[in-house]
Design a protein around this ligand. Sequence first.
Ligand SMILES: Cc1cc2nc3c(=O)[nH]c(=O)nc-3n(C[C@H](O)[C@H](O)[C@H](O)COP(=O)(O)O)c2cc1C
Length: 211
Amino acid sequence: MFYEKLDWRYATKAMDASKVVSPEKIERIVDAARRAPTSSGLQPFQLILVTNNDIRAKLSAAAFGQKQITDGTAVLVFAAWENYTDENISSVVDLHAEIRGEEVREALNGYYDNLKAMYLARDAQTNFEHAARQAYIALGFALMAAAEEGVDTTPMEGFDPAQFDEILGLKEKGLKSVVTLAIGYRDEPSDWLAPQKKVRRSRDSIVTDVK
Ligand SMILES: Cc1cc2nc3c(=O)[nH]c(=O)nc-3n(C[C@H](O)[C@H](O)[C@H](O)COP(=O)(O)O)c2cc1C
């Protein structure tokens, strides 16, 4: 059940390198990230799915040696658009027209022209941060999809984004790495965190009821 899986999942510290997550499961996890909602439906990021061992070794070195990157089966790097442009915002209108028919284009142009007027006037860092926030929503979806599949994950911000960008050639694609998800199966005996209770603030300390 979904709510039990919220407790089952944890930020795995040791992955079992001898257990391989099936490509079908990995694809479903990636697909959940692809289906996440985003502001104005922009989906302003790319999902870089890395299974190559040499590249994962380089990524691990750029992530303080975190071994989940190499001992898991795959790593999903969430890379956000470095800025909004006329072109990348228009691509969303084009996609709508492709999927829902050309007749939707005119109505959407008004909305997305307003968005362009707002976003293109802002500095690149503000736009990148906005795009990065959308990537985090996708991360959440991938985390829970993995739990649903009985697959372990480690969400990671503990890496050097500049090095990740270099290793994955993201700059040339107008992207910047934001957050990473190691995907694999927990190595329970070696993972100090596996037997630990989950630590979360109580409902009363985190929820404010306004009635
Ligand atoms: C955005 C984000 C970045 C994180 N970065 C790392 C990381 O680099 N390495 C790591 O081992 N855990 C990382 N964590 C795991 C958190 O420490 C962990 O999710 C939190 O302590 C709650 O524990 P739980 O996920 O096991 O329930 C990260 C979590 C999130 C959401």
